[in-house]
Design a protein around this ligand. Structure first.
Ligand code: CP
Ligand code: NVA
Length: 311
């Protein structure tokens, strides 16, 4: 049995391979219940606060709907309206919210802010995306791969593009579950070295092979999963033009590039996507794309997480 009650979910690095796989098993069961129309309400009377300092479609709606489906409630808290926006310390906010709520999900810029919130909160804190990590997305991604491929260990994932929060969490997740992971990024946009080193450590235990290269063809070669994300993440809008020049056309996932992947490769993207930039319409809207199943799995994966942390 999983024993995650009261824990924070800030980064996949804090969880063992069996805890990650356990969450995925739980998510599968919760998804089956949901699809069969059976109600499952273990979080009756529980409230999740959701602090957003950045935009969101999937994260907000899947957490909110997920809490309702589990019998609880969710509160959308925009940082523009909270006193944090006017300088109330995170530490005070954490202690106050802990008096009212059963859990906090937060999406913000600096990862340290989430760590600070978790340090002072007496209730579980869930990372709904920081500049460094996006662990909830990777739970949904792994669930999707498992559903389609039947396994995780021994597969190869290729990530092409910006060495951002997504690639950091994917790399740690892959290393934990024993999936080979090759990432191709241009110079200046590589994943952070401290994260790569963490992944290499976890990979030693799982047997996964982690490769960082500048060559998209090398990365995609024989991949089971091809993944990309936007070239300009939230908060980097001022760099948009310079980033376009750094990534286009070499780091675009297009019909030509995916020829190097396995014939039965699947395409994943956390969304939102920019067709014609990091991926062509032909690939993301093609028959091997699983991006909507992936987006749907945010709901089921996070419901599993909420039940385990808050029950
Ligand atoms: N993938 C993801 O987190 O999407 P949102 O920004 O819409 O939440
Ligand atoms: N890397 C993107 C992911 C969005 C879900 C961002 O941080 O904006």
């Amino acid at each position: 049995d999983l024993n995650l009650k009261g824990k924070d979910f800030l980064a996949l690095a804090d969880f063992s391979p069996s805890e990650i796989l356990g969450l995925l098993e739980k998510a599968k069961k919760i998804k089956e219940l949901h699809l069969s129309g059976e109600s499952y309400t273990p979080l009756k009377g529980k409230t999740l606060g959701m602090i957003f300092e950045k935009s969101s479609t999937r994260t907000r709606v899947s957490f909110e709907a997920g809490m309702y489906q589990l019998g609880g409630n969710a509160l959308f808290l925009s940082s523009n309206d909270l006193q944090i926006g006017r300088g109330e310390p995170i530490s005070d906010t954490a202690q106050v919210l802990s008096q009212y709520l059963d859990g906090i999900m937060i999406r913000t810029f600096e990862h340290e802010k989430v760590e600070e919130l978790a340090k002072y909160a007496s209730i579980p804190v869930i990372n709904g995306l920081t500049d460094l990590f996006h662990p909830c997305q990777v739970l949904a991604d792994l669930l999707t791969i498992m559903e389609i491929k039947g396994e995780l260990k021994g597969l190869k994932m290729a990530y092409i593009g910006d060495g951002n929060n997504m690639v950091h969490s994917l790399m740690i997740g892959a290393a934990k579950v024993g999936m080979d992971f090759s990432v191709a990024c241009p110079d200046g946009y590589k994943p952070e070295e401290k994260v790569v080193n963490m992944a290499l450590e976890f990979a030693k235990e799982s047997g996964a092979k982690i490769v960082v290269t500048a060559d998209p063809i090398e990365a995609v070669k024989d991949a089971d999963v091809v993944y990309t994300d936007v070239w300009t993440s939230m908060g980097q809008e001022a760099e948009n033009e310079i980033r376009l020049k750094a990534f286009a056309p070499t780091y675009q996932v297009n019909e030509e590039l995916v020829k190097h992947a396995k014939d039965d490769y699947i395409f994943l993207h956390c969304l939102p996507a920019h067709r014609g930039e990091e991926v062509t319409a032909g690939v993301i809207d093609g028959s091997q794309s699983a991006v909507f199943q992936e987006a749907g799995n945010r709901l089921h994966a996070q419901k599993a997480l909420l039940v385990e942390l808050l029950k």
